[in-house]
Design a protein around this ligand. Structure first.
Ligand code: BGC
Length: 833
C-alpha cells in the first residue's frame, strides 16, 4: 500500500491530543500520564509508508506489515520519548498509532506533544502529565546514563570565575540528550549575591530571626527565591544555619539566625521552604560546627557527641526536617578528627542515616579533600570544580571505580540523590528562566523585615517614639547616615537595586589572613541606599535636621548640644573571611557616642552591625535601637520606628554579652601560622551550652539577654495555666496590651528539664508573636510536642544513640525574654515513676 509521505497530524479535541494508555483509557487531567512510566498511544495521520522492519528494539504488537518504514520521534515538552511502535491501526484505513513511554523529564501539567517524521512535524497537542515519583524518575534516568554522564553530575565545571552560564557561581552542566538541565548556583543568605547584578538588599538574616515571625521569614525567603529565579539560577546556596552564639565575633553572624537551635532552625526552614517554592533547590550550610573564620579551613573542632547533637546539629536537623531542603553544604573545618566534607559520622551517620536526608551533600567551594575517601564518607558533589572527583588533582572517581576502591553503586547513589533533588524541587517541570523581578514588592518586604526585626534595647523616660510636632532640631550623626546604611560582606554581599550609596575599602582585621582572607581583603564595605537622614527629615518636615559625619567628636558633640535630640548611627562592618577582634565598635565610634551623650542626654543610638556588640556608653544614652544590617529600605524603616509609625517588636535572637571575657573562648583560637594547612584545635568544652544557656549555667549576666526587646506599648500575662499530657504540653494564658499603642509581644516558653539530665536551667521550646490593639486581651495557647523536629522534651542519650525523655520534674516558664527576671513559672509536670 502506498500512502502520501510524511504529513503528520495528531487527532485532537480542542487542542488536547487523543492519547490513550495501555488499557485504552483516555489521558486527560483526571487521568494524567505519569512522567517516566505511562505507556501512551498517540493517534495520528500522515506517517507515510509502512513496511516490514519493526523499529529497533520494539516489540511488534500487530502485523509487521502495518509498521511505518521510518520511526517518528515524539517529544513531550522538550523531552524525547522512547518510541516503541509506530504503524497503522488495524482496520482503520490511514489512521496511525505511535506507542511511546511518557518521558521522565516531561513537564507536569499540560505538556505540548509533537510527532516528527521524515523532517515533517505535526500539529502541537497538549497532554496531561503527572510528575513522577522522584526516586523512580532518578533511577529511570540513571539507567540511560553513561559512566561519563554520571561523573559529570557529581562535580562542578572546571572553570574559574565567572563560572557558569548567566554568571552562575557554581555550575554543573546538564545532559541535553536526556533533558537534564544545568545546575546553576547562586548565593546568598540576605539576597542574590553581588556578582549577578543588582538585587534587593534585605536586612540581615539575623534581623529576620529577630522578628520571631515565621510568616515574615517566609516573605523574606520569597523575595530571595523570586530573584534567584529571575537571574536564571536553580540552586540557592544561602541557608546559613550555623549558630552564632558560640563565637559572636564571627564575621558571618549576620548571615545566620542567632544562637538558639529552635529559633534559628525554624527561621531558616521558613527561608528555605519559600525559596524551594520557586522551583529552586535550597541549601543548608555550613555543615557543621563552622563557627569561626579565623583559620576556617584548618580549624579542628573537638566536641562531645551530645554537645553537638543538642546545639549546632539540632539547628540543622530542625531546618532540614521543617523545610525539606534538598541540598546540604559541608564546611571547611574539621569535626572530631575528620574534615566535615569527608566525615562519615556527620554525613553518612547523622545526616543521611539518623535524619533520613535524601537530597545531596555538596562541598563548600574547594572544601573537598579527596576523591574516593570523601565520596565514601558521604560527599555527593564536589564544588567548585572536579579537582578530586573529576581527577584533575588526584586520581578521580572513575579510577576509584575501576580499581574497586569505590563501588559503582555509590556513584549511582550520588547521582540518584542529585537527580532526585532536581525532581523534588521541580527543576525538570519548571525550567529555570531568567526574567525580571518586582523590585518594588521586594523592597517592601525588605522594609517590613527590618520594621519587624529591629530591636529596641533601651528607651529611658519615653524618649522614643519621637514626636515630630514637638522637636525643633535634630542632629543626625555618624556612619554615613546622610547617604545610606551598612551591609555585610563576603558571599552574602548584595549589590542593592539602584546601586550602592557608597563603597569603602574595609580595614581587614588581623584574623583576615590565610585561606579565605580574600573574602575580606578583596571586599568593599557597601552602604545600601535609603538615607536615614532623608527619612528622618521626611518624618519631621518642620524640624531643622543637621548632619555631622562623626569623624570630629567635638564637632559632633557641639551639634548635639545645640539640638533638641541627637541620633547617632554607629556601625560595624563584618564579612566572611574575618572575625572581629572584639565586640566594640571600631574607630572612634564608642568615644563619639560617649561625647554626644555627654552633650545631650536626649541621645538615641542606632546600631548597624552583624551580631552582638558592647555598649560601654549605654548608661549615658537615652535610647538604643538595634537595626542589624538594615537593608536597602533601612533608612525608611529606622525612621518609621524612631517616630512610632511602626512599633518595635523584634527580640534578640542572640545574647549580647557584657564582655568578651564572658565568652566560652575569650580569645578566638587561631593557628600559629595562618598560612599553614596544619589543623589547629578548637575545643567546644561548653558542649550544648551555647548562647543564653552558657550564661545561665555560669550565672553570668549579659548586657542584653536572648529574647529581649522593648516596645512602645506594655504587655501583661495573666491566667497562665499548664496542661501536660504524655510528651506534650500546652501553656495557655491571656496576653493584654496594657499600653496606648498597637504592638506585638513575643511570648516565649522555656523548659527546665530534670536536674538528672545535666541540661541548662532553661531551653526555648516554643513561642508566639501576638499583635494586639491598645487594651486588647487575647487568649493564647503555645503547644509543645516532643514529636516536633526540635525534640523539646528530650536529651541526646549517647548510650542508646537516641533522643530520650528523662523521668523527673519539668518546669515550664513563660515570659518575654530568656532572663529569669522576664519569666514566670507557668507550671510543672512529672514524667515517669
Ligand atoms: C562560602 C559559602 C559560599 C561559597 C560560594 C564560600 O566561600 O563559605 O558560604 O556559598 O563560597 O561559592
Amino acid at each position: 500500500m502506498n500512502l502520501a509521505p510524511f504529513a503528520p497530524a495528531i487527532f485532537n479535541i480542542n487542542g488536547r491530543g487523543i492519547i490513550q494508555d495501555a488499557s485504552y483509557r483516555l489521558i486527560d487531567a483526571s487521568h494524567p500520564a505519569v512522567a517516566g512510566s505511562t505507556p501512551i498511544a498517540i493517534y495520528c495521520t500522515g506517517l507515510g509508508p509502512v513496511g516490514h522492519q519493526p523499529p529497533s528494539g520494539a516489540a511488534a504488537l500487530v502485523s509487521p506489515l502495518s509498521q511505518t518504514t521510518t520511526t517518528p520521534t515524539v517529544t513531550v515538552g522538550n523531552a524525547p520519548a522512547l518510541v516503541t511502535f509506530s504503524g497503522l491501526v488495524p482496520g482503520l484505513v490511514g489512521v496511525y498509532q505511535v506507542n511511546a513511554v511518557t518521558p521522565v523529564t516531561a513537564p507536569a501539567g499540560d505538556a505540548p506533544l509533537v510527532v516528527s517524521i521524515g523532517g515533517a512535524t505535526s500539529n502541537t497537542v497538549s497532554m496531561a502529565v503527572q510528575a513522577p515519583d522522584p526516586d523512580q524518575a532518578a533511577d529511570a534516568l540513571i539507567a540511560q546514563m553513561t559512566l561519563d554522564e554520571e561523573l559529570q553530575l557529581v562535580h562542578g565545571a572546571y572553570i574559574v570565575n565567572p563560572v557558569g552560564p548567566l554568571g552562575a557561581e557554581e555550575w554543573v552542566p546538564g545532559i541535553p540528550r536526556l533533558n537534564i538541565p544545568d545546575l546553576l548556583y547562586a548565593d546568598g543568605p540576605v539576597g542574590v549575591y553581588a556578582s549577578f547584578g543588582p538585587a534587593t538588599a534585605l536586612p540581615s538574616a539575623m534581623a529576620s530571626a529577630a522578628s520571631w515571625d515565621l510568616n515574615e521569614a517566609a516573605k523574606y525567603g520569597t523575595a530571595i527565591g523570586t530573584e534567584v529565579r529571575a537571574y536564571g539560577m536553580n540552586v540557592w546556596l544561602g541557608g546559613n544555619v550555623n549558630l552564632g552564639g558560640r563565637e559572636p565575633r564571627n564575621g558571618r553572624t549576620f548571615e545566620a539566625a542567632g544562637e538558639d537551635p529552635l529559633l534559628a532552625g525554624k527561621i531558616k526552614a521558613a527561608h528555605v521552604r519559600a525559596v524551594q517554592d520557586h522551583y529552586l533547590i535550597g541549601t543548608l550550610k555550613h555543615y557543621a560546627l563552622n563557627d569561626q573564620e579565623t583559620g576556617r579551613t584548618t580549624a579542628a573542632v573537638v566536641t562531645s557527641e551530645r554537645g553537638e547533637r543538642e546545639s549546632d546539629l539540632l539547628a540543622f536537623e530542625i531546618a532540614l526536617k521543617d523545610s525539606n531542603a534538598q541540598s546540604v553544604m559541608c564546611s571547611y573545618n574539621m569535626v572530631n578528627g575528620a574534615y566535615a566534607c569527608q566525615n562519615d559520622f556527620l554525613l553518612n551517620g547523622v545526616l543521611k542515616g539518623d535524619w533520613g536526608f535524601q537530597g545531596f551533600v555538596a562541598s563548600d567551594a574547594f572544601a573537598t579533600q579527596s576523591s574516593a575517601a570523601a565520596a565514601l564518607a558521604g560527599l555527593d558533589q564536589e564544588q567548585m570544580g572536579g579537582y578530586y572527583f573529576g581527577g584533575v588533582w588526584a586520581p578521580g572517581l572513575e579510577s576509584a571505580i575501576q580499581s574497586g576502591q569505590m563501588p559503582q553503586s555509590r556513584l549511582d547513589d550520588m547521582v540518584h540523590r542529585i537527580l532526585r533533588a532536581m525532581f523534588v524541587a521541580g527543576l525538570f517541570n519548571h525550567p529555570s528562566a531568567a526574567g525580571s523581578f518586582d523590585a518594588a514588592a521586594d523592597a517592601a518586604i525588605a522594609q517590613e523585615a527590618l520594621e519587624q526585626g529591629a530591636v529596641l534595647l533601651k528607651n529611658s523616660a519615653g524618649l522614643l517614639p519621637l514626636d515630630a510636632s514637638k522637636i525643633g532640631s535634630i542632629a543626625v550623626i555618624g556612619s554615613h547616615s546622610d547617604v545610606g546604611v551598612l551591609s555585610g560582606g563576603g558571599s552574602a554581599q548584595v549589590i542593592p537595586v539602584g546601586g550602592p550609596a557608597l563603597t569603602l575599602s574595609p580595614q581587614c582585621p588581623p584574623s583576615a589572613v590565610g585561606p579565605g582572607a580574600a573574602a575580606c581583603t578583596n571586599a568593599k564595605e557597601v552602604f545600601d541606599p535609603s538615607s536615614p537622614l532623608a527619612a528622618i527629615q521626611a518624618q519631621a518636615p518642620k524640624a531643622s535636621v543637621q548632619f555631622n559625619d562623626g569623624t570630629d567628636t567635638a564637632a559632633a558633640a557641639a551639634l548635639a548640644q545645640s539640638s533638641s535630640v541627637a541620633i547617632v548611627f554607629v556601625s560595624q562592618w563584618e564579612s566572611e573571611g574575618m572575625d572581629l577582634p572584639d565586640l566594640n565598635f571600631s574607630g572612634n565610634q564608642d568615644a563619639l557616642v560617649a561625647a554626644v551623650a555627654a552633650a545631650n542626654p536626649r541621645t538615641i543610638v542606632v546600631m548597624e552591625n552583624g551580631g552582638p556588640q558592647l555598649a560601654p556608653w549605654l548608661p549615658q544614652v537615652g535610647a538604643l535601637l538595634e537595626a542589624w544590617y538594615p537593608g536597602q529600605r533601612g533608612g525608611q524603616a529606622i525612621a518609621n520606628l524612631l517616630f512610632g509609625s511602626v512599633n518595635p517588636s523584634g527580640k534578640l535572637p542572640i545574647t549580647f554579652p557584657a564582655s568578651v571575657s564572658d565568652l566560652p573562648r575569650p580569645v578566638i583560637p587561631a593557628p600559629i601560622d595562618p598560612s599553614s594547612s596544619t589543623p589547629f584545635r578548637v575545643d567546644y568544652t561548653e558542649g550544648f551550652n551555647v548562647g543564653y544557656k552558657w550564661y545561665d549555667v555560669n550565672r553570668i549576666s549579659p548586657l542584653f539577654p536572648f529574647g529581649f526587646g522593648l516596645s512602645y506599648s506594655n504587655f501583661a500575662f495573666s491566667n497562665v495555666s499548664l496542661a501536660a499530657n504524655g510528651q506534650q504540653f500546652q501553656v495557655t494564658f491571656d496576653l493584654t496590651n496594657t499600653g496606648g499603642v498597637t504592638g506585638a509581644e513575643v511570648a516565649q516558653v522555656y523548659l527546665g528539664l530534670p536536674a538528672s539530665t545535666g541540661e541548662p536551667p532553661r531551653r526555648l521550646v516554643g513561642w508566639s508573636k501576638v499583635f494586639l490593639q491598645p487594651g486588647q486581651k487575647r487568649s493564647v495557647t503555645i503547644a509543645v510536642d516532643n514529636a516536633d523536629s526540635s525534640h523539646p522534651l528530650s536529651y541526646w542519650d549517647v548510650n542508646s544513640e537516641s533522643w530520650q525523655v528523662a523521668p523527673g520534674d519539668y518546669t515550664v516558664y513563660l515570659g518575654n525574654s530568656s532572663a529569669s527576671t522576664g519569666l514566670t513559672v507557668a507550671g510543672a509536670f512529672h514524667v515517669g515513676q
